[in-house]
Design a protein around this ligand. Structure first.
Ligand SMILES: [Zn+2]
Ligand SMILES: [Zn+2]
Length: 93
């Protein structure tokens, strides 16, 4: 899982925010370093994310906030497209 490998390159090794073991990567939600034992994999659309157990307790295993944002974004695009179609229709008259 290459996305779990830290690319800090500063020589410092991140330690898990929960148990202090060497962290394998940041939590997808709170960015806290977590080890393999303290994270859960969650499905957030096309890719799988690792989130810490604290975030798992707080919000379940879905990236709800991110999905809500995506839906709002898509609705916004649809509204803009609808406005364009209506505008073009008025111009064509
Ligand atoms: Zn840990
Ligand atoms: Zn977290």
């Amino acid at each position: 899982m290459p996305e779990l490998i830290s690319h800090d390159g500063d020589g410092g090794i991140a330690h898990c925010s929960r148990c202090g073991a060497v962290a394998v990567g940041p939590c997808a939600r709170c960015r806290a370093p977590i080890c393999g034992d303290c994270c859960v994999l969650t499905e957030g659309g096309a890719s799988t994310w690792a989130i810490c157990l604290a975030c798992d307790d707080r919000g379940g295993r879905t990236l709800g906030g991110a999905w809500r944002g995506l839906v709002l974004w898509l609705v916004g695009i649809l509204v803009v497209l609808l406005a364009l179609v209506v505008g073009l229709g008025l111009l064509a008259r």
